[in-house]
Design a protein around this ligand. Structure first.
Ligand code: SF4
Length: 337
C-alpha cells in the first residue's frame, strides 16, 4: 500500500476524510461509476449535496426516501453522500453492509442540538409521554424514542397516535410547532433547530416578494413560524420539489437549503427559482455540513472504502425499533412502496 494512503487512513478519524491528493487527470464521474460496478455499491445522495454529487448518484432524495432506499438495497456497500445521522441510519438498517460517508465530520446542527444525556433527563420529566423524534438526530436519541419521523411523514405519524396520548417531539422546535398547529396537538417540544432553516430573513423575503409579486414562497417546515405563516406551500424537500413541478405558477422563492434548486431546475426547466435569502450577507443558504462532501472525497472513500460507519450492536438494535415503526406507518399510509 502507498505510504501516503497508509498515513491518511491512520488520520481518518481525526480529519474526517482521506486527506490525499487526487490525480487531476482522472475523470471522477467515470471512476465513481466504475467503483459502483466493481464493488456492487449503491450511491445515495441527499438533495442538499452539490450538483456534481447529485448527478452521479443512483438515488437522490430526502431523508424518508433515502431511509427507504437504504432499507431495501441489495448492494454490498452503501455510499451515503449526506450527513452523519443519515449514514448512521443506513447502518442501523443494514448491519451487515459496509456503509461509507465521504466525510465523517459532515454533522448536523439540529442533531447536535439534542445531546443524549440532557434529552434522557428531559424525557424523565414526562414519564407518560410517547417520544416522536425527527430523523435528524443521533442514534442515541433514536434509541430513546418510540417512533421516528421525517418531514415527509411527520403529520401522518402524529395522526396515527391516539389523540389522548401525550407526546414529546424532538429535536426540531420549528417542525414540532408547525405540527402542533397542523394537527391541533399540544406536543411538548425539545428546543432544537437547524442553523440553515432558522436564519432565513423575514424582512428580505418580504422585499423579495414585493419585487417578484407573482412568485410563490415555498418553505420547509424547519423554517421559523414567521416564514411559514407567509408561505404559499410548506413541505418536505421532496414535497417542495413535486409542488414546484406540478404547480402552474412560473416563479418561486425557495426557503430551504439551496442544493434542492439543482433538481428543481432540472425537473422544472422553464420556471424561475429564487433562493430565499438568509439573515447574513449571503444571497443563498448552504448547509456547511452537507457541503463538506466533495466529488474528490466521494471518489476516495469509494476507492479505499473509508471512512466507514461502525455502530455498537446494542445501540443499533435500540435505535432500529423506532425507525421500523416509522417505515411501517409510512407504508400503511401509502407514503412509501
Ligand atoms: S440543513 Fe440543517 S437539518 Fe439538514 S443537515 Fe444541515 S444543519 Fe442538519
Amino acid at each position: 500500500m502507498d505510504i501516503n494512503i497508509f498515513e491518511a487512513r491512520s488520520k481518518v478519524n481525526e480529519k474526517g476524510f482521506l486527506d490525499i491528493d487526487v490525480n487531476p487527470s482522472l475523470d471522477l464521474f467515470q471512476e465513481i461509476e466504475r467503483l459502483k460496478k466493481e464493488k456492487n455499491a449503491i450511491l445515495l445522495a441527499h438533495y442538499y449535496q452539490e450538483p456534481d454529487i447529485q448527478d452521479v448518484a443512483d438515488y437522490i432524495g430526502d431523508s424518508l426516501g433515502l431511509a427507504q432506499q437504504a432499507a431495501k438495497t441489495d448492494a454490498d456497500i452503501i455510499v451515503f453522500a449526506g450527513v452523519h445521522f443519515m449514514a448512521e441510519t443506513a447502518k442501523i438498517l443494514n448491519p451487515n453492509k459496509k456503509v461509507l460517508l465521504p466525510d465523517l465530520k459532515a454533522g448536523c446542527s439540529l442533531a447536535d442540538s439534542a445531546p443524549a444525556e440532557l434529552f434522557r433527563r428531559f424525557k424523565e420529566k414526562y414519564p407518560d409521554h410517547l417520544v416522536v423524534s425527527y430523523i435528524n438526530c443521533s442514534a442515541e436519541i433514536k434509541a430513546l424514542s418510540d417512533i421516528i419521523c421525517t418531514s415527509g411523514n411527520a403529520e401522518k405519524i402524529i395522526e396515527s397516535i391516539p389523540e389522548d396520548q401525550p407526546i414529546i417531539f424532538a429535536p426540531d422546535k420549528n417542525l414540532g410547532g408547525y405540527l402542533n398547529r397542523k394537527t391541533g396537538r399540544n406536543m411538548v417540544l425539545w428546543n432544537g433547530a437547524c442553523m440553515v432553516h432558522e436564519i432565513f430573513s423575514l424582512e428580505k423575503i418580504m422585499k423579495l416578494k414585493m419585487r417578484n409579486p407573482k412568485a410563490k414562497l415555498v418553505a420547509h417546515p424547519e423554517c421559523e413560524e414567521a416564514i411559514l405563516r407567509i408561505s404559499d406551500f410548506i413541505g418536505s424537500t421532496t414535497q417542495l420539489l413535486k409542488f414546484v413541478v406540478k404547480d402552474d405558477a412560473q416563479e418561486y422563492i425557495v426557503a430551504t437549503e439551496t442544493g434542492i434548486l439543482h433538481q428543481m431546475q432540472q425537473d422544472a426547466p422553464t420556471k424561475t427559482l429564487i433562493p430565499a435569502p438568509p439573515n447574513n450577507s449571503c444571497a443563498c443558504n448552504d448547509c456547511p455540513h452537507m457541503k463538506l462532501n466533495t466529488l474528490e472525497k466521494l471518489y476516495l472513500c469509494m476507492e479505499y472504502e473509508t471512512p466507514e460507519i461502525h455502530m455498537d450492536e446494542k445501540l443499533r438494535l435500540a435505535s432500529l425499533r423506532p425507525i421500523e415503526r416509522m417505515l411501517d406507518i409510512s407504508r400503511a399510509a401509502g407514503l412509501i412502496g
